[in-house]
Design a protein around this ligand. Structure first.
Ligand SMILES: CC(=O)SCCNC(=O)CCNC(=O)[C@H](O)C(C)(C)COP(=O)(O)OP(=O)(O)OC[C@H]1O[C@@H](n2cnc3c(N)ncnc32)[C@H](O)[C@@H]1OP(=O)(O)O
Ligand SMILES: N[C@@H](CCO)C(=O)O
Length: 356
């Protein structure tokens, strides 16, 4: 969906922005049943099975008869500005016809939300019944409530705090550096040549370790050798075989490299680094304390070592009224907001999606 030109928060300008999106269900006559779902860093618009039978990343939450019942709600998922799942991003053609590449401007979470508001206008949605997301999707959902409180009746923020922390920024920096230092990166203008796959793969490895937990990795892999490999062997370190956990990380890296653009990865990572709900709005309490029009649902993953539950508690405390932090209990870590979201079914149903 074309949403026009965007003057960006940090000063850049995009003359024509297209947002990739998917929908499920039917918008009702007074457009009161619309739900926006915001994807995380490398997520796509494919939240749930729909027209295509391909698995979605939140099938447990969205679908016919699910927590967000697509027979009752009209669900929309939009790709972030700068992403590589249908929205204008660095691989898209600039006005001169060549890919934007290194010229693509810095985009913030707030910029994307402003573009998404235009998508809502075009779809005839004045006010969302609810906006939900986890991780970067949670940052986007929270930004919706802060930027457009009158358009956000309910807001669910999972596995995300009010601002990116020093440690989150630090991990992001290491990932971005890995991509930029790949000889194929070419300053971001690699389209038409080999892509910086090694750098993107390293970035994913760093990220993925943080998306899981130490006990999970220990339990699943321990010191086991990958099948038919000998991790303790080979006269030089580079000649040795892999531990199973190394093979697992290699696989996660390959999987991401096969579906994601490195420039988009940098862009979205930097957008998440910019996440700070208070920027330009005063203190945290000044930024969030007045959001009386919106009902909030905050959730954390108990074993999350990237977006700590304490950060969700601080966010909840800054919101008006008494907002509970719901807990997803899993040894898995941050990815629990994807793998174990079904645990929120009862609480979310009661809070936001009561069955008639
Ligand atoms: C079009 C799109 O795909 S859009 C993307 C949508 N996805 C998202 O938005 C989130 C991105 N996805 C993710 O982060 C993850 O895939 C999750 C969190 C959803 C899934 O996590 P889990 O179900 O716990 O899977 P996990 O991370 O353990 O990985 C399992 C994979 O590792 C592989 N694996 C396990 N052990 C090893 C090993 N020793 N060596 C190599 N591979 C291994 C498995 O075979 C499995 O492969 P598969 O994914 O092809 O089935
Ligand atoms: N595994 C998720 C986690 C990000 O928070 C992703 O890749 O988007």
């Amino acid at each position: 969906m074309p949403v026009g030109a965007l003057q960006l928060e940090a000063g850049g300008y995009l003359p024509e922005v297209v947002l990739g999106y998917e929908t499920w269900g039917t918008l009702n006559a007074d457009a009161s049943n619309a739900v926006l779902i915001e994807h995380a860093l490398t997520g796509s618009t494919h939240v749930a099975r729909g027209a295509s039978d391909e698995d979605g990343w939140w099938d447990d939450l969205v679908g016919p008869g699910a927590t967000i019942d697509t027979e009752r709600y009209f669900v929309v998922a939009a790709n972030m500005v700068g992403g590589c799942y249908g929205s204008t991003g660095p691989a898209s053609p600039a006005p001169d016809g060549s890919p934007w590449g290194s010229r693509f401007p810095f985009v913030t979470i707030r910029d994307s939300v402003r573009a998404e508001a235009r998508l809502a206008d075009a779809l005839g949605i004045r006010r969302w019944h609810a906006v939900l997301g986890g991780s970067m999707g949670g940052a986007r959902a929270l930004e919706w409530a802060a930027t457009f409180p009158e358009r956000t009746a309910r807001c669910a923020v999972m596995a995300c705090g009010a601002a990116s922390t020093a440690e989150q920024i630090a991990f992001a920096q290491a990932q971005v550096a890995a991509i930029r230092l790949d000889p194929h990166f070419a300053g971001g203008d690699y389209y038409g040549g080999p892509a910086p796959e090694a750098g993107l793969g390293i970035a994913r490895r760093i990220a993925h370790i943080n998306y899981r937990s130490e006990p999970e990795l220990e339990y699943r892999f321990g010191r086991s050798a990958q099948a038919e490999e000998q991790p303790f062997g080979g006269i030089t370190p580079s000649a040795r075989g892999r531990y199973a956990v190394e093979s697992y990380l290699d696989y996660q890296a390959e999987k991401l490299v096969s579906r994601f653009d490195a420039n988009s990865y940098i862009l979205l990572t930097e957008a998440l680094v910019s996440h700070d709900i208070s920027r330009g709005r005063g203190s945290l309490e000044q930024s969030l304390g007045g959001l009386e029009e919106t009902e909030f649902f905050i959730a954390a993953v108990d074993s999350d070592r990237l977006y700590f539950p304490e950060q969700s508690r601080q966010l909840a405390e800054a919101l008006p009224g008494s907002v509970k932090v719901h807990t997803i209990e899993t040894p898995l870590g941050h990815d629990g907001f994807l793998t174990d979201v079904h645990q929120l079914h009862d609480d979310l149903t009661q809070a936001f999606f009561p069955h008639a």
